[in-house]
Design a protein around this ligand. Structure first.
Ligand SMILES: CC(C)(COP(=O)(O)OP(=O)(O)OC[C@H]1O[C@@H](n2cnc3c(N)ncnc32)[C@H](O)[C@@H]1OP(=O)(O)O)[C@@H](O)C(=O)NCCC(=O)NCCSC(=O)C[C@H](O)C(=O)O
Ligand SMILES: [Mg+2]
Length: 326
């Protein structure tokens, strides 16, 4: 970690702690899918420096291997969360409510000796599905503490009903044993659902991609961006990751180990951006003390929204630093 980054951490650590909604905040820059029926890939994922792993029962697993996947994941859960040099999110992606595989997945996953940190629920279409899912969770007495849930929005219905879905998730979590922590934009499923044709610029999903990030922020949830399936093209991945970060996304879905460092790096602000933010915050407070709300900062007008942007950036750096020792 650079000297600059260390200084920033020391100076404003207490401020960050106050600003975070709770100490459970986990960084989720890369969310790596690992096919649940493939022990070799699971062991490989356990050795990677990755923020977030989703042992997959859903689309990474063939229809005739679903049982194999949930039983393999059950064994890995029973063996316990692997020790890594830093904290990471140990999750399972189950099948969607509509698939009719969801209940079987939960029956196996939630009766393991060790529960995952997070359940990913794909293809959430409406609040009825969420109510059904949360009522299913009530059956598992092992759930003594709230389990984190990542909601996947990847259909036209899901995008249309997004506000109600988020409102219901938050409301249900007040009395039920789960906590919504993030929204994922399942761009590939969404494309298929609306019958769009994929372009490099993703203009065909722009509205949905922006709506998801806006709604996530409105409900204090993390926003996890589309998957980049050309997994050998790391330059293209970097470019799309930076684009997502610029839109307000805090992470991205990944499918291959080589994608992990590229994405995790792309979601970190650069040293130049960190210095800009730090200098701006200092200047803002200096000018504010002398009674100025807006001022010239290196040729741009700065006022409170710009201050907030700089603070967001520094807060993000702090959370990453705390979780990853970077
Ligand atoms: C895409 C792959 C099928 C490619 O697999 P493979 O040909 O085996 O790749 P490599 O030979 O380059 O692999 C090198 C080593 O890395 C291991 N590996 C590969 N992928 C993973 C992984 N995901 N996790 C852990 N380890 C992995 C290989 O075993 C090799 O290991 P070694 O031999 O020891 O060196 C494959 O990458 C893959 O299956 N990826 C996951 C696909 C998947 O999950 N798809 C569904 C998720 S995407 C999605 O859901 C989209 C979203 O919902 C939406 O709607 O948009
Ligand atoms: Mg999908």
């Amino acid at each position: 970690m650079s000297v600059l980054l260390k200084k920033i951490k020391i100076n404003i650590y207490s401020q960050f702690k106050r600003n975070l909604s709770n100490n459970q905040y986990k960084i989720r820059r890369a969310l790596l899918y690992v096919p649940g029926d493939d022990p070799k890939k699971i062991n490989k994922a356990y050795k990677l420096d990755v923020d977030c792993i989703a042992l997959d029962c859903e689309d990474g697993v063939a229809a005739n291997r679903k049982e194999q996947a949930r039983n393999t994941i059950f064994e890995f859960l029973n063996n316990g969360k692997p020790k890594k040099s830093r904290e990471f999110d140990w999750g399972v992606r189950i099948n969607s409510v509509k698939s009719e595989l969801c209940q079987n997945d939960l029956d196996v996953i939630l009766t393991a000796q060790n529960l995952p940190d997070t359940i990913s629920l794909p293809k959430v279409n409406d609040t009825e599905e969420l109510k059904w899912f949360s009522s299913q969770l009530e059956r598992f007495t092992a759930l003594k503490t709230k389990i984190s849930v990542i909601l996947f929005i990847e259909t036209a219905q899901g995008i249309m009903n997004l506000k109600e879905i988020c409102t219901t998730a938050k409301k249900l979590s007040e009395n039920r044993n789960f906590e919504p922590v993030a929204l994922v934009f399942g761009g590939d499923d969404y494309l298929a659902d609306i019958g769009a044709r994929k372009t490099d610029q993703l203009t065909e999903v722009l509205y949905a991609r922006q709506k998801l990030v806006m709604m996530a922020k409105a409900f204090q949830l993390q926003a996890i961006d589309v998957v980049y399936i050309q997994y050998k093209d790391l330059d293209g991945l970097k470019q799309q990751s930076i684009e997502g970060a610029n839109m307000g996304y805090t992470g991205k879905q990944v499918i291959h180990p080589d994608q992990v460092p590229v994405v995790q790096e792309a979601f970190l602000p650069s040293e130049k951006q960190i210095k800009w933010a730090k200098d701006l915050i200092e200047a803002y407070h200096k000018y504010a003390a002398s009674g100025k709300g807006a001022f010239n900062f290196n040729g741009i007008m700065v006022d409170s929204p710009t201050l907030k942007q700089a603070e967001n950036l520094i807060k993000f750096v702090e959370v990453v630093g705390k979780d990853t020792n970077q």
